[in-house]
Design a protein around this ligand. Sequence first.
Ligand SMILES: [Ca+2]
Ligand SMILES: [Ca+2]
Length: 166
Amino acid sequence: MKILLVVIVALCLENPCYSQAIQCTHGWVGLNTKCYFFSNTKEKYTDASAYCHAFGSKLAEPISQDEVHFISKKVVERGHDSSFYIGVNDLFLEGEWVYAYERTPLKIHPPWINGHADNSHDEDCIEVYSGHQGKWADIPCSTPLYYICEYDYDAEPLNLGRRKTL
Ligand SMILES: [Ca+2]
Ligand SMILES: [Ca+2]
């Protein structure tokens, strides 16, 4: 038993230990139990959301600072002037930012570029913007942007047909 443990530790030192890592679909990147897709095409918000759903995922709904930082870091890596949608909006009640799928208030403090959302042109969606260290701004939902999908490896599959009647 002791020898086995030593071997496992040795393998983990030699290569990153993947025993806890999750297997994401090719082209997706993982953080903890979630897998993320950063799109290469731009869509308006509703179409971006539909694309995520088509892949059994949803627009990213960061629920921890870890996830907020991870998303920001990846967006910054994409380079200058890249903006991405996530699944956060205040479409239903101005100034009340909620997760689009979960329909619950934000569990994190939004990293607004200017400290707050300004709703300057009826802006009810979020852009995560590479030009400001991946911080957030509110933006009209009709703007074509890149988008970030996520699925949780450990969670139940998304119930994307829940609005239909049986
Ligand atoms: Ca708004
Ligand atoms: Ca704004």
